[in-house]
Design a protein around this ligand. Structure first.
Ligand code: AVI
Length: 326
């Protein structure tokens, strides 16, 4: 059974929904996709034939794991931001374990449940690995990881920090720069950051990745309304909304929309308000920014990093870049 939500969380959720649905165009924050159902649907998305990012990033990691490891001299510790189930991380873990006697892995995630499951699974699988889970936001989590690396004699001081899955893409580029600056502040000068970027490409490929034939992404998108119904007493009729994914080439981003199929008014009890939607009006639920090499350089410099090697796949669909603190 999912844990009951704290009243602070529900107040913030209600505030964000009120603010988004009063705006023009209407929007909802993508972070609210990820309740239990949403997280499961996202896992399903990563296996879809149209959703290339997860498998492309994994193949880049597999292909270049040794070169990535060798970018840092001596023994290293591995830190991961937003680690989730750490599936792709095992590619790097195994490679690093070939080069050093023991390895400390410090995954940082806001969900303690996922962290505990992952730690137990990985430590059982790899006897020379010690997982130190850190349930926290990124900035604070990294500072804690740095403290552990400095104070614990068995933990290698030099850190390779992972930020995979093109999670950076769900932030508007300026915001993303700010986030990376916080990450930079939590790192030491001889650490490195390994970060995954989805790249700009054919509109048809992009739109198919976010509007799959099996309708999983549509369910993922609509789940945000279901969550508002469940947790905030909303009265959305899901049958009257349609999922849409469009590539906004000028902004370099995929946008997810929920389009109202009729004129309607929707009451949300905990928000203490009703919201009017015209037929064809949409709620913007997510942006997923697609990067170019100049944008990768810009974001690195804005956060006081220099770009090292950038690894890509043969089609140039995805990039995994090494950033070094300047
Ligand atoms: C988590 N994030 C990187 C995904 C993306 O591709 O932007 C979220 C997602 N939304 C729909 N499909 C996948």
């Amino acid at each position: 059974m999912p844990a009951p939500k704290s009243s602070d969380f529900l107040e913030e959720f209600a505030r964000d929904v009120r603010n988004g649905l009063r705006s023009e165009p209407k929007f909802l924050l993508a972070k609210y996709f990820y309740d239990e159902t949403g997280s499961k649907l996202f896992e399903e998305i990563t296996d879809l034939p149209e959703y290339y990012p997860t498998r492309t990033e994994a193949s880049i990691l597999r292909e270049n794991a040794s070169e990535i490891r060798d970018a840092l001299e001596g023994d290293i510790s591995l830190v991961e931001l937003g680690s989730g189930s750490s599936t792709k991380t095992t590619i790097l873990l195994e490679n690093i374990l070939e080069a050093q006697k023991e390895l400390h892995y410090l995954p940082i995630d806001i969900s303690p449940t996922i962290l505990d499951q992952t730690a137990r699974k990985l430590d059982a699988l790899y006897p020379r690995l010690t997982t130190i889970p850190i349930a926290s936001e990124y900035g604070d989590g990294l500072r804690r990881a740095t403290r552990i690396a400095v104070e614990e004699p068995r933990v290698a001081e030099r850190k390779l920090v992972l930020f995979l899955g093109s999670s950076i893409g769900n932030f508007e580029p300026r915001q993303a720069g700010g986030l990376l600056e916080t990450v930079r502040d939590g790192m030491e000068s001889d650490d490195a950051l390994l970060i995954g970027f989805d790249l700009q490409k054919d509109k048809l490929v992009l739109e198919a990745a976010y509007d799959d034939a099996a309708g999983v992404t549509a369910r993922f998108n609509l789940n945000i309304l279901m969550r508002i119904n469940r947790e905030l007493g909303g009265e959305f009729d899901l049958e009257t909304f349609r999922h849409r994914a469009v590539y906004n080439a000028a902004a370099g981003r995929i946008e997810l929309h929920l389009v109202s199929q009729k004129s309607q008014e929707v009451r949300i009890e905990e928000v203490k308000e009703s919201f009017r939607l015209e037929k064809g009006e949409y709620i913007h639920t997510e942006s997923s920014y697609k990067y170019t090499r100049p944008l990768i350089e810009w974001i690195a410099h804005s956060a006081r990093f220099e770009v090292g090697k950038v690894f890509t796949d043969d089609s140039n669909w995805f990039a995994v870049a090494l950033f070094f603190p300047t």
